[in-house]
Design a protein around this ligand. Structure first.
Ligand SMILES: *[C@@H]1O[C@H](CO)[C@@H](O)[C@H](O)[C@H]1NC(C)=O
Ligand SMILES: *[C@@H]1O[C@H](CO)[C@@H](O)[C@H](O)[C@H]1NC(C)=O
Ligand SMILES: [Zn+2]
Length: 529
Protein backbone atom coordinates (compact mmCIF):
# COMPACT_ATOMS: atom_id res chain seq x y z
CA UNK A 1 0.00 0.00 0.00
CA UNK A 2 1.47 3.33 -1.08
CA UNK A 3 0.79 6.14 1.39
CA UNK A 4 -0.89 8.68 -0.89
CA UNK A 5 -3.05 11.43 0.54
CA UNK A 6 -6.14 13.10 -0.85
CA UNK A 7 -4.24 16.31 -1.29
CA UNK A 8 -1.97 14.49 -3.75
CA UNK A 9 -4.77 13.79 -6.21
CA UNK A 10 -4.68 17.02 -8.22
CA UNK A 11 -0.90 16.76 -8.38
CA UNK A 12 -1.02 13.17 -9.58
CA UNK A 13 -3.44 14.11 -12.33
CA UNK A 14 -1.31 16.97 -13.48
CA UNK A 15 1.86 14.90 -13.45
CA UNK A 16 0.22 12.08 -15.38
CA UNK A 17 -0.92 14.49 -18.06
CA UNK A 18 2.57 15.97 -18.21
CA UNK A 19 4.07 12.55 -18.97
CA UNK A 20 5.65 11.73 -15.62
CA UNK A 21 6.36 8.10 -14.79
CA UNK A 22 4.79 6.36 -11.81
CA UNK A 23 7.91 6.56 -9.60
CA UNK A 24 8.40 10.25 -10.39
CA UNK A 25 4.79 10.79 -9.30
CA UNK A 26 5.59 9.15 -5.95
CA UNK A 27 8.60 11.44 -5.66
CA UNK A 28 6.60 14.59 -6.29
CA UNK A 29 4.02 13.39 -3.77
CA UNK A 30 6.94 13.23 -1.31
CA UNK A 31 6.41 9.52 -0.65
CA UNK A 32 9.42 8.72 1.52
CA UNK A 33 8.59 5.07 2.10
CA UNK A 34 11.45 3.25 0.39
CA UNK A 35 9.51 0.02 -0.12
CA UNK A 36 6.93 1.86 -2.26
CA UNK A 37 9.59 2.45 -4.92
CA UNK A 38 10.65 -1.19 -4.81
CA UNK A 39 7.23 -2.39 -5.93
CA UNK A 40 7.20 -3.43 -9.55
CA UNK A 41 6.42 -0.64 -11.97
CA UNK A 42 3.13 -2.38 -12.82
CA UNK A 43 2.10 -2.55 -9.16
CA UNK A 44 2.78 1.14 -8.63
CA UNK A 45 0.71 1.94 -11.71
CA UNK A 46 -2.12 -0.28 -10.52
CA UNK A 47 -2.23 1.52 -7.17
CA UNK A 48 -2.02 4.94 -8.76
CA UNK A 49 -4.77 4.15 -11.20
CA UNK A 50 -7.01 2.77 -8.44
CA UNK A 51 -6.33 5.91 -6.45
CA UNK A 52 -7.26 8.16 -9.37
CA UNK A 53 -10.47 6.17 -9.99
CA UNK A 54 -11.39 6.50 -6.31
CA UNK A 55 -11.04 10.21 -6.68
CA UNK A 56 -13.50 10.12 -9.58
CA UNK A 57 -16.18 8.63 -7.32
CA UNK A 58 -15.44 11.07 -4.53
CA UNK A 59 -15.67 14.03 -6.88
CA UNK A 60 -19.05 12.95 -8.16
CA UNK A 61 -20.07 12.52 -4.56
CA UNK A 62 -18.84 15.97 -3.62
CA UNK A 63 -20.73 17.52 -6.47
CA UNK A 64 -23.91 15.73 -5.47
CA UNK A 65 -23.69 17.01 -1.93
CA UNK A 66 -22.99 20.47 -3.23
CA UNK A 67 -26.00 20.30 -5.52
CA UNK A 68 -28.26 19.40 -2.67
CA UNK A 69 -26.96 22.15 -0.44
CA UNK A 70 -26.58 25.13 -2.75
CA UNK A 71 -28.83 24.06 -5.56
CA UNK A 72 -26.84 25.61 -8.44
CA UNK A 73 -28.22 25.72 -12.01
CA UNK A 74 -28.48 22.29 -13.63
CA UNK A 75 -26.35 23.38 -16.56
CA UNK A 76 -23.31 24.15 -14.43
CA UNK A 77 -23.50 20.82 -12.67
CA UNK A 78 -23.49 18.99 -15.96
CA UNK A 79 -20.47 20.88 -17.17
CA UNK A 80 -18.51 20.23 -14.00
CA UNK A 81 -19.39 16.59 -14.06
CA UNK A 82 -18.34 16.05 -17.62
CA UNK A 83 -15.08 17.95 -17.11
CA UNK A 84 -14.20 15.92 -14.07
CA UNK A 85 -15.14 12.76 -15.90
CA UNK A 86 -13.01 13.59 -18.91
CA UNK A 87 -10.05 14.46 -16.78
CA UNK A 88 -10.22 11.27 -14.82
CA UNK A 89 -10.60 9.17 -17.92
CA UNK A 90 -7.48 10.71 -19.46
CA UNK A 91 -5.51 10.31 -16.24
CA UNK A 92 -6.57 6.70 -15.91
CA UNK A 93 -5.68 6.15 -19.55
CA UNK A 94 -2.24 7.63 -18.97
CA UNK A 95 -1.69 5.40 -15.99
CA UNK A 96 -2.63 2.40 -18.08
CA UNK A 97 -0.33 3.51 -20.89
CA UNK A 98 2.56 4.03 -18.47
CA UNK A 99 1.90 0.63 -16.98
CA UNK A 100 2.56 -0.94 -20.32
CA UNK A 101 5.97 0.72 -20.38
CA UNK A 102 8.16 -2.29 -19.74
CA UNK A 103 6.55 -4.43 -22.39
CA UNK A 104 4.77 -2.12 -24.78
CA UNK A 105 7.43 0.57 -25.01
CA UNK A 106 5.16 3.43 -23.96
CA UNK A 107 6.46 6.95 -23.48
CA UNK A 108 9.68 7.77 -21.68
CA UNK A 109 9.23 9.85 -18.51
CA UNK A 110 9.72 13.57 -19.13
CA UNK A 111 11.58 14.02 -15.85
CA UNK A 112 13.75 10.99 -15.12
CA UNK A 113 14.17 10.13 -18.83
CA UNK A 114 13.57 6.48 -18.05
CA UNK A 115 15.98 6.07 -15.13
CA UNK A 116 13.12 5.17 -12.76
CA UNK A 117 11.35 3.11 -15.40
CA UNK A 118 13.51 0.59 -17.26
CA UNK A 119 16.55 0.75 -14.97
CA UNK A 120 14.74 0.24 -11.70
CA UNK A 121 14.06 -3.46 -11.95
CA UNK A 122 15.57 -6.89 -11.32
CA UNK A 123 16.77 -7.10 -14.89
CA UNK A 124 19.04 -4.09 -14.57
CA UNK A 125 20.05 -5.06 -11.02
CA UNK A 126 21.22 -8.42 -12.41
CA UNK A 127 23.26 -6.64 -15.07
CA UNK A 128 24.93 -4.49 -12.43
CA UNK A 129 25.58 -7.53 -10.24
CA UNK A 130 27.11 -9.41 -13.20
CA UNK A 131 29.42 -6.49 -13.92
CA UNK A 132 30.55 -6.48 -10.30
CA UNK A 133 31.08 -10.24 -10.24
CA UNK A 134 33.20 -10.04 -13.38
CA UNK A 135 35.66 -7.83 -11.49
CA UNK A 136 36.20 -10.55 -8.92
CA UNK A 137 36.16 -8.49 -5.75
CA UNK A 138 35.89 -10.06 -2.32
CA UNK A 139 33.50 -7.72 -0.54
CA UNK A 140 31.67 -7.47 2.77
CA UNK A 141 29.26 -4.68 1.88
CA UNK A 142 28.49 -2.24 -0.89
CA UNK A 143 27.18 1.20 -1.60
CA UNK A 144 25.78 2.40 -4.90
CA UNK A 145 26.62 5.74 -6.43
CA UNK A 146 24.65 7.17 -9.29
CA UNK A 147 25.57 9.83 -11.77
CA UNK A 148 22.69 11.35 -13.71
CA UNK A 149 22.70 13.69 -16.69
CA UNK A 150 22.74 17.31 -15.52
CA UNK A 151 19.62 18.12 -17.53
CA UNK A 152 17.60 15.96 -15.17
CA UNK A 153 17.82 18.82 -12.67
CA UNK A 154 16.45 21.24 -15.27
CA UNK A 155 13.56 18.90 -16.05
CA UNK A 156 12.91 18.34 -12.36
CA UNK A 157 12.75 22.11 -11.85
CA UNK A 158 10.41 22.53 -14.80
CA UNK A 159 8.07 19.87 -13.49
CA UNK A 160 8.18 21.35 -10.02
CA UNK A 161 7.18 24.77 -11.37
CA UNK A 162 4.42 23.06 -13.31
CA UNK A 163 2.78 21.67 -10.16
CA UNK A 164 3.84 24.46 -7.82
CA UNK A 165 0.77 26.54 -8.67
CA UNK A 166 -1.49 23.59 -7.96
CA UNK A 167 0.29 22.97 -4.70
CA UNK A 168 -0.04 26.62 -3.65
CA UNK A 169 -3.75 26.75 -4.46
CA UNK A 170 -4.37 23.79 -2.24
CA UNK A 171 -2.25 25.55 0.37
CA UNK A 172 -0.18 22.46 0.95
CA UNK A 173 3.16 22.92 2.56
CA UNK A 174 5.26 21.26 -0.08
CA UNK A 175 8.65 22.71 -0.86
CA UNK A 176 11.00 21.66 -3.64
CA UNK A 177 13.31 20.15 -1.03
CA UNK A 178 10.56 17.77 0.13
CA UNK A 179 10.47 16.14 -3.28
CA UNK A 180 12.36 12.85 -3.22
CA UNK A 181 15.37 13.10 -5.53
CA UNK A 182 15.64 10.81 -8.57
CA UNK A 183 18.97 9.65 -7.23
CA UNK A 184 17.46 8.64 -3.88
CA UNK A 185 14.50 6.83 -5.38
CA UNK A 186 16.83 5.02 -7.77
CA UNK A 187 19.18 3.96 -4.98
CA UNK A 188 16.37 2.82 -2.70
CA UNK A 189 15.25 0.47 -5.43
CA UNK A 190 18.33 -0.70 -7.25
CA UNK A 191 20.76 -0.80 -4.35
CA UNK A 192 18.56 -3.25 -2.47
CA UNK A 193 18.19 -5.46 -5.52
CA UNK A 194 21.93 -5.47 -6.30
CA UNK A 195 22.66 -6.18 -2.65
CA UNK A 196 20.40 -9.25 -2.81
CA UNK A 197 22.00 -10.45 -6.04
CA UNK A 198 25.49 -10.18 -4.55
CA UNK A 199 24.47 -11.37 -1.08
CA UNK A 200 26.19 -8.54 0.77
CA UNK A 201 24.50 -5.79 2.79
CA UNK A 202 24.24 -2.17 1.79
CA UNK A 203 26.33 0.05 4.03
CA UNK A 204 26.26 3.84 3.70
CA UNK A 205 29.98 4.12 4.40
CA UNK A 206 31.02 0.91 2.70
CA UNK A 207 34.54 1.01 1.25
CA UNK A 208 33.20 -0.70 -1.86
CA UNK A 209 31.39 1.54 -4.27
CA UNK A 210 29.54 0.48 -7.39
CA UNK A 211 29.06 3.42 -9.73
CA UNK A 212 26.20 3.50 -12.20
CA UNK A 213 25.89 6.40 -14.63
CA UNK A 214 23.48 7.53 -17.30
CA UNK A 215 23.65 9.91 -20.23
CA UNK A 216 20.94 11.23 -22.52
CA UNK A 217 22.31 12.84 -25.67
CA UNK A 218 18.90 13.82 -27.00
CA UNK A 219 18.31 16.33 -24.19
CA UNK A 220 21.89 17.46 -23.56
CA UNK A 221 21.02 20.93 -24.86
CA UNK A 222 18.36 21.37 -22.15
CA UNK A 223 20.92 23.04 -19.89
CA UNK A 224 22.31 25.48 -22.43
CA UNK A 225 19.89 28.36 -21.83
CA UNK A 226 21.15 28.54 -18.24
CA UNK A 227 24.52 29.80 -19.46
CA UNK A 228 22.96 33.11 -20.48
CA UNK A 229 21.27 33.57 -17.11
CA UNK A 230 24.25 32.70 -14.94
CA UNK A 231 27.54 33.00 -16.75
CA UNK A 232 29.38 32.84 -13.41
CA UNK A 233 28.02 29.38 -12.77
CA UNK A 234 29.61 27.85 -15.85
CA UNK A 235 33.37 28.27 -15.80
CA UNK A 236 35.52 25.78 -17.69
CA UNK A 237 37.40 23.40 -15.43
CA UNK A 238 40.38 21.31 -16.33
CA UNK A 239 39.04 17.82 -15.82
CA UNK A 240 35.48 18.26 -17.04
CA UNK A 241 34.39 17.69 -20.61
CA UNK A 242 31.47 20.10 -20.33
CA UNK A 243 30.88 23.21 -18.24
CA UNK A 244 27.35 21.96 -17.61
CA UNK A 245 28.17 19.90 -14.57
CA UNK A 246 25.40 18.89 -12.24
CA UNK A 247 26.72 21.21 -9.52
CA UNK A 248 26.82 24.19 -11.87
CA UNK A 249 23.31 23.51 -13.16
CA UNK A 250 21.91 23.23 -9.63
CA UNK A 251 23.61 26.51 -8.72
CA UNK A 252 22.17 28.25 -11.77
CA UNK A 253 18.68 26.91 -11.02
CA UNK A 254 18.86 28.39 -7.53
CA UNK A 255 19.50 31.82 -9.06
CA UNK A 256 17.03 31.93 -11.93
CA UNK A 257 13.55 33.39 -11.32
CA UNK A 258 10.52 31.22 -12.01
CA UNK A 259 9.33 33.62 -14.70
CA UNK A 260 12.60 33.65 -16.52
CA UNK A 261 12.87 29.88 -16.33
CA UNK A 262 9.39 29.41 -17.81
CA UNK A 263 10.13 31.86 -20.61
CA UNK A 264 13.19 29.84 -21.60
CA UNK A 265 12.17 26.27 -20.93
CA UNK A 266 8.86 24.45 -21.43
CA UNK A 267 6.89 23.68 -18.25
CA UNK A 268 6.21 20.77 -18.12
CA UNK A 269 9.22 19.49 -20.07
CA UNK A 270 8.86 18.17 -23.59
CA UNK A 271 8.56 14.44 -24.20
CA UNK A 272 11.78 12.68 -25.13
CA UNK A 273 11.75 9.96 -27.77
CA UNK A 274 14.59 7.93 -26.31
CA UNK A 275 15.50 6.81 -22.83
CA UNK A 276 18.80 7.29 -20.98
CA UNK A 277 21.82 5.17 -21.92
CA UNK A 278 23.50 3.41 -19.02
CA UNK A 279 27.27 3.94 -18.89
CA UNK A 280 29.84 1.32 -17.98
CA UNK A 281 29.41 0.08 -14.44
CA UNK A 282 32.56 0.76 -12.46
CA UNK A 283 33.70 -0.56 -9.10
CA UNK A 284 36.11 0.99 -6.67
CA UNK A 285 37.32 -0.33 -3.35
CA UNK A 286 38.74 2.23 -0.94
CA UNK A 287 42.47 1.99 -0.22
CA UNK A 288 43.81 -0.42 2.35
CA UNK A 289 46.84 0.69 4.34
CA UNK A 290 49.58 -1.72 5.36
CA UNK A 291 52.32 -0.58 7.72
CA UNK A 292 55.50 -2.11 9.05
CA UNK A 293 59.24 -1.56 9.46
CA UNK A 294 61.90 -2.43 6.95
CA UNK A 295 65.57 -3.19 7.08
CA UNK A 296 67.76 -2.50 4.08
CA UNK A 297 70.98 -4.47 3.92
CA UNK A 298 72.24 -3.33 0.54
CA UNK A 299 74.32 -0.27 -0.37
CA UNK A 300 73.08 -0.51 -3.94
CA UNK A 301 69.36 -0.30 -3.41
CA UNK A 302 67.44 2.99 -3.52
CA UNK A 303 64.33 3.39 -1.39
CA UNK A 304 62.21 4.38 -4.39
CA UNK A 305 62.90 3.77 -8.10
CA UNK A 306 65.89 5.84 -9.12
CA UNK A 307 65.08 7.43 -12.43
CA UNK A 308 66.99 10.29 -14.02
CA UNK A 309 65.73 11.84 -17.26
CA UNK A 310 63.34 8.97 -17.71
CA UNK A 311 66.10 6.41 -17.43
CA UNK A 312 66.43 3.92 -14.65
CA UNK A 313 69.77 4.23 -12.85
CA UNK A 314 69.57 1.20 -10.62
CA UNK A 315 67.57 -1.99 -10.58
CA UNK A 316 64.93 -2.42 -7.92
CA UNK A 317 63.98 -0.41 -4.87
CA UNK A 318 62.79 -0.99 -1.33
CA UNK A 319 59.25 0.05 -2.16
CA UNK A 320 59.00 -2.29 -5.14
CA UNK A 321 60.35 -5.24 -3.19
CA UNK A 322 57.77 -4.67 -0.45
CA UNK A 323 54.97 -3.83 -2.88
CA UNK A 324 55.20 -6.85 -5.17
CA UNK A 325 53.78 -9.52 -2.79
CA UNK A 326 51.28 -7.02 -1.35
CA UNK A 327 49.95 -6.03 -4.76
CA UNK A 328 49.36 -9.61 -5.79
CA UNK A 329 47.77 -10.70 -2.49
CA UNK A 330 45.50 -7.68 -2.17
CA UNK A 331 45.01 -7.72 -5.93
CA UNK A 332 45.46 -3.96 -5.88
CA UNK A 333 45.77 -1.69 -8.89
CA UNK A 334 48.66 0.31 -7.56
CA UNK A 335 50.35 1.56 -4.44
CA UNK A 336 51.55 4.67 -2.72
CA UNK A 337 54.58 4.20 -0.49
CA UNK A 338 55.53 6.47 2.37
CA UNK A 339 58.02 6.18 5.19
CA UNK A 340 59.39 7.92 8.21
CA UNK A 341 62.29 9.64 6.45
CA UNK A 342 64.52 7.95 3.90
CA UNK A 343 68.07 6.75 3.51
CA UNK A 344 70.48 7.26 0.63
CA UNK A 345 71.10 4.44 -1.83
CA UNK A 346 74.42 3.57 -0.18
CA UNK A 347 73.09 3.67 3.38
CA UNK A 348 71.84 0.55 5.11
CA UNK A 349 68.96 0.58 7.59
CA UNK A 350 69.60 -1.86 10.42
CA UNK A 351 68.24 -2.36 13.93
CA UNK A 352 64.48 -2.42 14.21
CA UNK A 353 64.13 -0.84 10.81
CA UNK A 354 62.35 2.16 9.39
CA UNK A 355 58.57 2.62 9.71
CA UNK A 356 56.75 2.60 6.39
CA UNK A 357 53.20 2.49 5.12
CA UNK A 358 51.87 1.26 1.85
CA UNK A 359 48.57 2.53 0.49
CA UNK A 360 47.11 -0.19 -1.71
CA UNK A 361 44.86 1.34 -4.34
CA UNK A 362 41.57 -0.30 -5.32
CA UNK A 363 42.32 -3.66 -3.67
CA UNK A 364 40.11 -6.51 -4.87
CA UNK A 365 40.69 -8.31 -1.59
CA UNK A 366 41.01 -6.51 1.73
CA UNK A 367 40.33 -8.98 4.53
CA UNK A 368 43.33 -10.90 5.85
CA UNK A 369 43.85 -12.85 9.05
CA UNK A 370 46.87 -12.20 11.27
CA UNK A 371 48.33 -15.50 10.08
CA UNK A 372 47.92 -14.48 6.44
CA UNK A 373 49.65 -11.17 7.08
CA UNK A 374 52.48 -13.09 8.70
CA UNK A 375 52.77 -15.28 5.61
CA UNK A 376 52.92 -12.15 3.51
CA UNK A 377 55.73 -10.82 5.66
CA UNK A 378 57.58 -14.05 5.20
CA UNK A 379 57.05 -13.88 1.44
CA UNK A 380 58.60 -10.40 1.41
CA UNK A 381 61.47 -11.59 3.61
CA UNK A 382 62.18 -14.49 1.29
CA UNK A 383 61.86 -12.55 -1.94
CA UNK A 384 65.25 -10.87 -1.53
CA UNK A 385 68.34 -10.76 0.66
CA UNK A 386 68.41 -6.99 0.39
CA UNK A 387 65.47 -6.23 2.68
CA UNK A 388 63.51 -7.64 5.61
CA UNK A 389 60.17 -6.54 6.98
CA UNK A 390 58.72 -6.76 10.49
CA UNK A 391 55.57 -5.63 12.33
CA UNK A 392 53.56 -5.88 9.13
CA UNK A 393 49.90 -5.03 9.80
CA UNK A 394 46.79 -3.48 8.32
CA UNK A 395 46.20 0.00 9.74
CA UNK A 396 43.60 2.73 9.27
CA UNK A 397 44.13 5.79 7.11
CA UNK A 398 43.95 7.92 10.26
CA UNK A 399 46.71 5.99 12.02
CA UNK A 400 49.04 6.74 9.10
CA UNK A 401 49.46 10.31 10.28
CA UNK A 402 51.18 9.05 13.43
CA UNK A 403 54.15 8.04 11.31
CA UNK A 404 54.79 11.61 10.20
CA UNK A 405 53.77 13.17 13.52
CA UNK A 406 56.62 14.96 15.26
CA UNK A 407 59.04 13.43 12.79
CA UNK A 408 61.42 16.37 13.14
CA UNK A 409 61.72 15.98 16.90
CA UNK A 410 62.49 12.28 16.80
CA UNK A 411 65.89 10.83 17.43
CA UNK A 412 67.81 8.74 14.96
CA UNK A 413 70.89 6.65 15.62
CA UNK A 414 73.59 6.05 13.06
CA UNK A 415 76.85 4.25 12.77
CA UNK A 416 79.52 5.45 10.32
CA UNK A 417 82.92 4.29 9.12
CA UNK A 418 85.22 7.33 9.24
CA UNK A 419 88.56 7.95 7.59
CA UNK A 420 90.96 10.55 8.98
CA UNK A 421 93.90 12.14 7.19
CA UNK A 422 96.04 12.46 10.27
CA UNK A 423 96.91 9.43 12.30
CA UNK A 424 94.69 9.19 15.37
CA UNK A 425 94.73 7.39 18.67
CA UNK A 426 92.25 6.51 21.36
CA UNK A 427 92.46 9.89 23.08
CA UNK A 428 91.22 11.69 19.92
CA UNK A 429 88.09 9.63 20.24
CA UNK A 430 87.62 10.32 23.96
CA UNK A 431 87.42 14.01 23.03
CA UNK A 432 84.56 13.26 20.66
CA UNK A 433 82.72 11.15 23.19
CA UNK A 434 82.65 14.07 25.60
CA UNK A 435 80.70 16.28 23.20
CA UNK A 436 76.99 16.37 24.14
CA UNK A 437 73.98 18.23 22.64
CA UNK A 438 76.05 19.87 19.95
CA UNK A 439 74.05 22.30 17.81
CA UNK A 440 75.19 22.51 14.19
CA UNK A 441 74.12 24.78 11.31
CA UNK A 442 73.61 22.99 8.01
CA UNK A 443 73.21 24.79 4.72
CA UNK A 444 71.26 22.67 2.26
CA UNK A 445 73.86 20.14 1.04
CA UNK A 446 75.27 20.61 -2.44
CA UNK A 447 74.11 17.12 -3.42
CA UNK A 448 70.44 17.86 -2.74
CA UNK A 449 70.44 21.53 -3.78
CA UNK A 450 68.85 20.61 -7.13
CA UNK A 451 65.66 19.45 -5.41
CA UNK A 452 65.54 21.42 -2.15
CA UNK A 453 65.60 25.19 -1.56
CA UNK A 454 68.71 26.78 -0.12
CA UNK A 455 68.25 27.20 3.61
CA UNK A 456 70.16 26.88 6.85
CA UNK A 457 68.80 24.35 9.34
CA UNK A 458 69.86 23.84 12.90
CA UNK A 459 70.14 20.29 14.09
CA UNK A 460 71.30 18.76 17.36
CA UNK A 461 73.78 15.95 17.74
CA UNK A 462 72.79 14.52 21.09
CA UNK A 463 75.79 12.24 21.63
CA UNK A 464 78.59 10.36 19.89
CA UNK A 465 80.75 7.38 20.66
CA UNK A 466 83.64 5.92 18.72
CA UNK A 467 85.77 2.82 18.43
CA UNK A 468 89.18 2.82 16.81
CA UNK A 469 89.75 0.42 13.91
CA UNK A 470 93.25 1.51 12.85
CA UNK A 471 95.15 4.79 12.96
CA UNK A 472 93.18 6.21 10.02
CA UNK A 473 89.79 4.59 10.58
CA UNK A 474 87.23 4.46 13.33
CA UNK A 475 83.54 3.67 13.78
CA UNK A 476 81.46 6.63 14.87
CA UNK A 477 78.06 6.11 16.45
CA UNK A 478 75.77 9.12 16.63
CA UNK A 479 72.41 9.90 18.19
CA UNK A 480 70.98 12.91 16.41
CA UNK A 481 67.83 14.86 15.82
CA UNK A 482 65.96 13.50 12.78
CA UNK A 483 66.89 15.27 9.58
CA UNK A 484 70.57 15.79 10.38
CA UNK A 485 72.74 15.40 7.30
CA UNK A 486 75.32 12.95 8.67
CA UNK A 487 77.63 12.81 5.64
CA UNK A 488 77.89 16.61 5.60
CA UNK A 489 78.53 16.73 9.32
CA UNK A 490 81.52 14.43 8.75
CA UNK A 491 83.19 15.99 5.68
CA UNK A 492 81.88 19.52 6.22
CA UNK A 493 80.44 20.02 2.72
CA UNK A 494 82.97 22.77 1.88
CA UNK A 495 82.23 24.57 5.11
CA UNK A 496 78.48 24.51 4.58
CA UNK A 497 77.98 22.54 7.81
CA UNK A 498 79.39 24.26 10.90
CA UNK A 499 80.86 22.98 13.09
CA UNK A 500 81.77 19.69 11.41
CA UNK A 501 83.87 16.68 12.33
CA UNK A 502 86.95 18.08 10.50
CA UNK A 503 86.76 21.22 12.67
CA UNK A 504 86.33 19.17 15.82
CA UNK A 505 89.16 16.72 15.10
CA UNK A 506 91.38 19.27 13.36
CA UNK A 507 92.03 17.03 10.37
CA UNK A 508 90.35 16.12 7.16
CA UNK A 509 87.74 13.41 7.75
CA UNK A 510 85.52 11.53 5.34
CA UNK A 511 82.67 9.07 5.65
CA UNK A 512 83.16 5.70 3.94
CA UNK A 513 80.02 3.89 5.06
CA UNK A 514 76.85 4.84 6.86
CA UNK A 515 74.16 2.75 8.51
CA UNK A 516 70.93 3.83 10.16
CA UNK A 517 70.85 1.95 13.46
CA UNK A 518 67.44 3.03 14.65
CA UNK A 519 64.53 5.29 13.81
CA UNK A 520 62.85 6.12 17.09
CA UNK A 521 59.26 6.41 15.88
CA UNK A 522 56.99 4.21 18.00
CA UNK A 523 54.63 3.47 15.15
CA UNK A 524 53.42 1.07 13.92
CA UNK A 525 53.01 -0.92 17.13
CA UNK A 526 55.15 -4.03 17.45
CA UNK A 527 53.47 -7.24 16.34
CA UNK A 528 54.15 -10.06 18.82
CA UNK A 529 55.87 -13.03 17.15
C1 LIG B 1 49.80 9.20 -2.34
O1 LIG B 1 49.97 9.77 -1.06
C2 LIG B 1 50.08 11.17 -1.06
C3 LIG B 1 50.38 11.63 0.34
O2 LIG B 1 49.68 10.89 1.30
C4 LIG B 1 48.79 11.77 -1.61
O3 LIG B 1 48.87 13.17 -1.66
C5 LIG B 1 48.53 11.22 -3.00
O4 LIG B 1 47.30 11.69 -3.48
C6 LIG B 1 48.52 9.72 -2.98
N1 LIG B 1 48.41 9.22 -4.33
C7 LIG B 1 47.45 8.37 -4.70
C8 LIG B 1 47.51 7.89 -6.12
O5 LIG B 1 46.57 8.00 -3.94
C1 LIG C 1 61.12 -11.19 8.56
O1 LIG C 1 62.37 -10.68 8.92
C2 LIG C 1 62.38 -9.91 10.12
C3 LIG C 1 63.78 -9.31 10.27
O2 LIG C 1 64.76 -10.31 10.23
C4 LIG C 1 62.02 -10.81 11.29
O3 LIG C 1 62.01 -10.07 12.50
C5 LIG C 1 60.65 -11.37 11.03
O4 LIG C 1 60.28 -12.27 12.07
C6 LIG C 1 60.61 -12.08 9.69
N1 LIG C 1 59.25 -12.44 9.49
C7 LIG C 1 58.88 -13.58 8.92
C8 LIG C 1 57.44 -13.89 8.94
O5 LIG C 1 59.65 -14.30 8.36
ZN1 LIG D 1 10.28 9.34 -14.06
Amino acid sequence: MIPLKDKDKPIIRKLLDAGCCARCILRFCCVAVQSAYRLSYEDICRELSAFVRDSEKEQTHDVTIQTQKDDPPQKKLKLENSQAGEHDTSAAATVTAECGRDTAGASVCVVCLGVLQDFCNHGFAKKVAEAVKAENYEIESLVLSVSLPAQLSVREHSCWLHIKKEVREKSMCLGKDDVIQVKEAFKWTLQTMVSKELRVPVLANSPFEVAVGFTHAETDADCHFLATTCSDCFKPTKNKLSVFTRMAVVKALEKISDDKFCRNFPCPPTKPSTECSPQDITCLHGSVFVAGRYNKFSRELPQTPWVIDGERRMEGSVEELIAAPLLSSFRAEGFNFSSSGREDVDVRTLGNGRPFAMELLNPHRSQFTKAEIRQLQEAINQSSDKIRVRDLQIVTREAMSRMKEGEEEKTKSYSALIWTQRSIEKKDLEFIENIKELTIDQKTPLRVLHRRPLAVRQRVIHSMSASLLDCHHFTLRLRTQAGTYIKEFVHGDFGRTKPNLCDLMQTETDILELDVESVDVDWPPAVPE
